[in-house]
Design a protein around this ligand. Structure first.
Ligand SMILES: Cc1ncc(COP(=O)(O)O)c(C=O)c1O
Length: 390
């Protein structure tokens, strides 16, 4: 079946954070939203059909996780990521952000240090701090148009209070798909220093041609036993508003501790719609995803060409994965506040300001390109309007 990603769907008045929430969040009227990581495409029709069928039943009581739910996850990980897991390794979390919070609660103590690699998905910061742990920022290095991990700095940041790293793989916002060799070097440092790896792999299906995502835990048995893997169908199939993430833990001791924290927080069941959507997505929507990736790759090319042709002094960092592009505004020599104001007041466009992603994010903005082409081009013109007289 051929799917179309050009259709523009009006998302206003659906309580969409991205569309209905944008003006309130940025305190500015009539903004065009290219922030928040969900897509403006329809969810795959196979998922919608499964939801419709479930809705037609008409009763939405407490719901079990059927075997078909676990099997769908197991099959997907094997066929798309060559990772063979067992059903009992899979725990449920309503989202990956809660999953990261539970991991911090399960495996560290107040005052312990948790490493993140900035600039990075900003909810990691409150996850560490709100749980009374110390945040350690290991800044990525940006050289020759490429972000790499600064492992020398990392080694110097570790002491006997350092207990965990939250790895973002693929990396939001810089779009890196970490190579096997990079992951192995990182993991060796962690193993040597008894640092547990929480690997947030929520963007793992969104990989561009020429790159391969390596599931951290799949790299070796030893690594698997020291890793908590967080995944979800939410980004891949545009069902982020449903609640269906998985936390995969091979190590039985760690799993039982994690499970205890889930119970302490009363996390036991999902809901009937999220379960049906997850099964349909993983069982029936591989073809949809392959077509989506082609469309997204073309959107990436449009963005890359646009900034080259328009000479705006804004340089996009070409993503290897994710539908987010990290835009380098530093050539404009404006402060973060000036960039934000220009985008909001003149361009009337909402991007995610780079500085919220922590150290190393200053002078950057993140744009979400998962939208029909017509909207993408509209957004790019708005950025041009914001900066054209600098
Ligand atoms: C790296 C990363 N982790 C987690 C999330 C959100 O996870 P959830 O909505 O499942 O809590 C996002 C969403 O943008 C993300 O980019």
């Amino acid at each position: 079946m051929k799917y179309s990603f050009d259709q523009i769907i009006d998302r206003y008045n659906t309580n969409s954070i991205k569309w209905d929430g944008v003006d309130k969040y940025f305190q500015e009227k009539n903004l065009f939203p290219m922030w928040v990581a969900d897509m403006d495409f329809a969810t795959p029709p196979e998922v919608i059909e499964a939801l419709r069928k479930r809705i037609d039943h008409g009763v939405f009581g407490y719901t079990l996780f059927p075997d078909s739910y676990y099997q769908a996850i197991i099959d997907w990980l094997l066929k798309r990521h060559n990772w063979k897991i067992r059903q009992e390794w899979i725990l449920y979390s309503p989202g990956v952000v809660p999953a990261v919070n539970y991991a911090i609660q399960a495996f560290t103590h107040p005052g312990d240090k948790v490493i993140v690699q900035t600039p990075v998905y900003y909810p990691f910061f409150p996850a560490v701090k709100n749980n009374g742990r110390q945040l350690v920022c290991n800044e990525l290095k940006y050289s020759n148009d490429k972000y790499i991990m600064d492992l020398d700095e990392l080694k110097g940041q570790i002491d006997d209070r350092t207990k965990m790293i939250i790895l973002c793989s693929p990396h939001n916002p810089v779009g890196r798909v970490w190579e096997k060799s990079e992951l192995i070097q990182l993991v060796e440092i962690c193993l040597r220093n008894e640092i547990l790896i929480v690997s947030d792999e929520i963007h793992f299906d969104l990989i561009y041609p020429g790159y391969k995502h390596n599931i951290t835990a799949s790299l070796s048995d030893e690594i698997s036993k020291n890793t908590i893997t967080c995944i979800a169908p939410s980004k891949t199939f545009n069902i982020a508003g449903l609640k269906s993430s998985s936390v995969i833990i091979e190590n039985e001791k760690l799993r039982s501790r994690y499970n205890h924290v889930l119970l302490q927080n009363g996390v036991m069941h999902s809901d009937p719609l999220s379960i049906e959507a997850t099964i349909a997505a993983y069982d029936q929507c591989e073809n949809w995803l392959d077509q989506l990736l082609i469309y997204l790759e073309e959107n990436v090319e449009i963005v890359m060409n646009y900034f080259q042709e328009q000479n705006l002094n804004i340089i996009p960092v070409k993503p290897q994965g994710t539908y987010l592009i990290w835009l380098d505004f530093r050539g404009l020599s404006l402060s973060d506040q000036e960039i934000d104001q220009r985008l909001l007041n003149r361009g009337k466009i909402a991007l995610d300001p780079g500085h919220i992603f922590g150290k190393g994010g200053e002078g950057f903005q993140r744009i979400n390109i998962a939208c029909p082409r017509e909207l993408l081009v509209k957004g790019l013109h708005k950025i041009k309007i914001a900066v054209k007289d600098v």
